[in-house]
Design a protein around this ligand. Structure first.
Ligand code: GLU
Length: 527
């Protein structure tokens, strides 16, 4: 059962970002919900660029928005052509508002002719003074209607003189009521609005009017957007009435809050989607996470792939109350998707981060069969700049696999595995000490390890065998069989880290020679 009694069939919905900043988490959440709604009901999802603010709109931001949506595979059916962005897909273009002046003109003219809109010549200073005055007498500020009844001749004279003007909408009084598909019945007293500015000139509408015209022209059936736009809805409904246009259905998604329950903003950390992409969150994890920012299934399941989201999505299950952006939850979901990748795929995704951190470099010798990921060419063999050795992709897969269980996001990888790519580790010698071990104990442990491991035949150098012999040896060493007396110094000597993968696996990957060298280097550090 949907929140609305009307059956939803082939809806047309849209995301209408303004390219005035990097793609924001909130915009993607809105895009996702529109996308899910469109897919669920066999509808169309439209991407419209609201670039009426010429000063603040930039192509760079538009590209960031498109790149982010494409990365997340939130695919639109109409709008800018993702492959050739100067072109449009769909029958209702142009899909950039900057290209639609001709369409807007006829609507604005109609409103001026019918008198539902008028020219206002009040200067900025006048308006500010009015505002100050109204506030000083305890009134909510709104336009005082000074130009609402100027004689026609005066208007014409002013226009001829080139006096700066805006076009205002005669909002009238009375209440506007609409049935929000998420929030329920909403009533708004339009007398509070005053006559709002709707256009800069006869071909340049401001946001509310442009949105109304485009939603109509693009046959939008449902406007699903953030709650921060709820105050625009009565204005848009009044404009639709003035123009004799039908009303689309409205659904306002709850606000996204930071952990301190204030509106999510830069203060809470990064809000641009690209940040999360660069940090190594997987697109499917982002989608899963964003879906829960305002929607819940009717069960406890938390992992949802996009096709399941499409199946289960409904506006009825969107919540009225705010959603909290919880980074731990995102990390948890991302970890889940990382654990579910094949090791081959995970290594392929991790390699660009290792390259970026300078731990490895691609070698361009394989010619034809290089695959590109994130702009970096991937091959089969890499160079380790510090050791001047080569490392193959299989070894890299082995290294990455050690951390598959604990990785929260891919950019954590270099820091976890850097010790595989170094000649010598740089770590405080105290790191080697386990519990109450003395220097002599450590030296003994390291020396013992050198002996036992040095005796392992190269063919037996495998994690299972190493574990077998070392665990046995460790049990003999420490008090009451505390294996840490041997295994802690081993692990820290090999990795230089307090927390790392099991030492046997590290030793296997490092190889016998390097393992013995690290034990020797660690012993030297103690001197
Ligand atoms: N351009 C508006 C924004 O970026 C769109 C609002 C709407 O969906 O109507 O917030």
């Amino acid at each position: 059962m949907e929140a609305t009694a009307k059956k939803i069939e082939n809806p047309r919905v849209r995301i209408a970002p303004s390219p005035t900043g990097l793609l924001h988490i909130g915009t993607v959440r809105t895009a996702l919900f529109n996308y899910l709604f469109a897919k669920k009901y066999n509808g169309s999802f439209i991407l419209r660029i609201e670039d009426t603010d010429k000063e603040r709109s930039q192509r760079e931001y538009e590209n960031d928005i498109l790149d982010g949506l494409q990365w997340l595979k939130i695919v639109w059916d109409e709008g800018l052509n993702p492959e050739a962005r100067d072109e449009y897909l769909g029958d209702y273009g142009p899909y950039r508002q900057s290209g639609r002046a001709g369409i807007y003109q006829s609507y604005i003219k109609k409103m001026l002719d019918q008198g539902t809109a008028y020219y206002c010549f009040c200067s900025k200073e006048d308006l500010e003074a009015q505002r100050q005055y109204q506030m000083s007498i305890g009134q909510a500020p709104k336009y005082n209607g000074k130009c609402s009844n100027l004689p026609k001749e005066t208007v014409e004279k002013y226009l001829k003189e080139g006096k700066p003007a805006v076009i205002r909408f005669r909002t009238g009084g009375g209440s506007v009521v609409f049935q929000d598909l998420i929030k329920g019945r909403i009533e708004f007293n339009s007398a509070l609005l005053g006559d709002i500015a709707i256009a800069k000139d006869p071909s340049t509408p401001l946001y509310n009017l442009a949105a109304v015209i485009d939603d109509y022209e693009m046959k939008i059936s449902h406007v699903i957007r953030g709650e921060d736009h709820i105050a625009n809805t009565p204005k848009q409904i009044l404009l639709q009435d003035a123009l004799g246009l039908p009303h689309p259905e409205y659904a306002h998604l709850p606000l996204i809050l930071g952990p301190d329950r204030s509106k999510l903003s830069k203060r809470h950390g990064a809000v641009s989607v690209n940040h999360y992409r660069e940090k190594g969150y997987l697109p499917e994890a982002m989608i899963n996470f964003l879906a829960f920012l305002g929607w819940n299934p009717d069960n406890d399941r938390e992992i949802y792939a996009i096709n399941h989201l499409i199946e289960e999505f409904s506006l009825e299950r969107c919540q009225k109350s705010s959603a909290v952006f919880n980074l731990q939850k995102l990390d948890w979901i991302n970890g889940f998707y990382i654990r579910n990748k094949s090791i081959k795929k995970l290594a392929e995704m991790g390699v660009p981060y290792l390259i970026e951190a300078g731990l490895i470099q691609p070698i361009f010798e394989t010619g034809g069969h290089l695959a590109g990921i994130g702009g970096i060419e991937l091959g089969e063999t890499y160079l380790i700049p510090e050791t001047k050795e080569k490392i193959d992709i299989i070894t890299l897969e082995n290294i990455v696999s050690l951390y598959q269980e604990r990785l929260k996001y891919l950019s954590e990888l270099p820091e976890l595995v850097d010790f595989f790519f170094k000649n010598e580790l740089d770590y405080p010698q105290e790191l080697l000490f386990w519990k109450d071990m003395s220097q002599t104990d450590i030296e003994k442990a390291l020396g013992g390890l050198e002996g036992v491991m040095g005796a392992v035949k190269p063919n037996d150098w495998a994690r299972g065998h190493l574990e077998e012999i070392l665990v046995q040896r460790a049990a003999e060493m420490g008090p009451a069989g505390d294996r840490g007396y041997l295994l802690w110094p081993l692990r820290t000597a090999l990795s230089g880290k307090k927390f790392s993968a099991p030492p046997f696996a590290i030793a296997e990957i490092l190889g016998k020679e390097k393992t013995l060298l690290r034990l020797k280097q660690a012993k030297e550090k103690l001197r």
